[in-house]
Write a protein that binds this ligand. Sequence first.
Ligand SMILES: Cc1cc2nc3c(=O)[nH]c(=O)nc-3n(C[C@H](O)[C@H](O)[C@H](O)COP(=O)(O)O)c2cc1C
Length: 397
Amino acid sequence: MKKKRILLIVTGGVASYKALELLRLLAKDNFDLECVLTDNTKKFINILMFESLLGKKVFTELFSLNETSEMNHIQLANNFDLILVVPATANFIGKISNGLADDLASTILMATKTPTFFAPGMNVNMWENRIVKKNLQKLKDIGYKIINPSHGKLACGQIGVGKLVEIQEIHKIVRNFFNSNNLLKGKKAIVTSGPSIEKLDPVRFLSNFSSGLQGYKIAEQLSRYGAETTLISGPTSIEKPDNVKIRNVDTGIDFLEASIDELPADIFISVAAICDYKMKKVSEHKIKKNKHLEKKFVFEKNVDVLKEISSNNMRPELVIGFSAETEKLVTNTQKKLKEKRCDWIFGNLVSNNKAFNSDSNKVCFINNSDIINWPMMKKEKVAEKIVKEISLFFNKS
Ligand SMILES: Cc1cc2nc3c(=O)[nH]c(=O)nc-3n(C[C@H](O)[C@H](O)[C@H](O)COP(=O)(O)O)c2cc1C
């Protein structure tokens, strides 16, 4: 197999020296590597250390004839499967998010379409600076991946967030990128997540405690595996995943309309906790406390998004449901699998603060032939495992 090519861009901060360890690990994995240092990086580390580890020249100059005659910035920009910026300084993040290209590293990033990961490393005040935050958000919105720094004691002595994540963690992310990348390329996925809200009157609504986290994590993984992913989300307060199209909705009917609008698709995953009931007629005015209050609340069944999509004439090849139960998990989930005519279903217990509003989940995977209890895992891990199963499904058949 052709070796995967990685360009490592090192910018100038106290963590610049850590890029050497990353280079060592990636070289051990047999990646084809090139390295670019900013001018300021050379003030923190000796370029020779990189060159001796790489066994070849490191690029630093935009206007160097020697370097550009071998490989100019356009070649450097377009010859890679992945670009890493480790560490990424506040300065460099600012430059890229504002479209500046005044040295070799920034010019390469302006001229490339290669997936690029930034691993910021900086002082906590810099990290919390609203300009830096805005710049990072801009990068995320454009599609760059950000490997967030961790909390800890910083080189300046302060304690806080800003510390470059462990190099082993970045190494793992790079490996995962190449392992998972493109297994679902060419597939379109729709994920619904979060709660629905159903109006009672102009000021009140019916809803539930769903945080939306599980669906967000699944959407993130699907996108990492190369699927074109749309996340249809009820109101939540969680961060939008990278490279995922978001459609914000409120009611069950909104969820249904947005889901149908996104068809055709290959994968449909219904994680949203859509209220089973809604008001038969939403009161035009605020419902007042009076004697016959209960008569004002007449409910009817809400739309069944999962069932509708399962029966749609553009039914995706793989339709997956989630079943939030408070009792008889397996029996109720199996019943739902049949009723909704989906291919797989994940049952989870949601009573006693389990699953809803928690970052862990214990699910039971059920299809027509199997019932498998998965152990309690972080929602991120559950998402990874589900998407691995999906990728096996499509790569087997
Ligand atoms: C001792 C020292 C340590 C620094 N550490 C960092 C750092 O960890 N992160 C950061 O964003 N900037 C840091 N800076 C500031 C950058 O070096 C500075 O913004 C520089 O312009 C970055 O250049 P570059 O982005 O082109 O590599 C540090 C500066 C000094 C003098």
